[in-house]
Write a protein that binds this ligand. Structure first.
Ligand SMILES: C[S@@+](CC[C@H](N)C(=O)[O-])C[C@H]1O[C@@H](n2cnc3c(N)ncnc32)[C@H](O)[C@@H]1O
Length: 159
């Protein structure tokens, strides 16, 4: 399975980079993981609703430009579908069984994902009603994808 994780903004924090590298290393035994970092749209602190939409749309266009037609897209969104780790693992297994070899997880920028990206998404995934910084979200997602592969292979994993 080819998994891409599409994000807005470049990862700068060293502590997150180390964690992400660790999970990418662990995941290399199970799947090809591609991290796509797209530039964020520069914007001042104070934005009107219309300006916020504009920023999200511009970032959304960049995201959509990286997604091929045959990719199964899972948008990470606070208001998305909440799942247990086992349910996410089952979902990943189902995708592999039905020949969906390309899967993209999409993480929005500081303002979230545009409506066009949400429309393109085949599925959504919420990690709770809490708001996480997008770079931390990337690390949490990688850990859960790794956990999913371990669950699906019946391999031991600390609870
Ligand atoms: C800082 S958050 C954006 C917050 C923005 N106000 C919103 O409502 O989407 C950046 C991105 O991280 C991801 N994210 C943050 N918290 C999340 C959660 N609890 N579940 C799923 N994704 C989350 C989403 O992709 C979001 O677009």
């Amino acid at each position: 399975m080819n998994i891409s994780i599409i994000t807005i903004g470049k990862l700068k924090e060293k502590y997150l980079k180390q964690g992400i590298d660790e999970y990418l290393k662990r995941l290399s035994a199970y799947a090809k993981i591609d991290i796509v970092e797209l530039p964020d749209e520069k914007a001042p602190e104070q934005l009107s609703d219309a300006e916020m939409e504009q920023v999200k749309n511009k970032e959304g266009e960049r995201i959509l430009g990286k997604i091929s037609e045959d990719t199964h897209v899972i948008a990470l969104a606070i208001e998305g579908k909440q799942r247990s780790s086992e349910e996410l693992a089952k979902e990943m297994d189902k995708l592999a069984t039905y020949g969906k070899s390309k899967v993209a997880f999409v993480i929005g920028g500081s303002l979230g994902l545009s409506s066009d990206v949400m429309k393109r998404a085949n599925d959504t995934l919420s990690f709770s009603k809490m708001t996480f910084p997008h770079q931390l979200m990337k690390l949490i997602l990688l850990e859960q994808v790794y956990r999913g592969f371990r669950i699906n292979r019946g391999e031991p994993y600390h609870k």
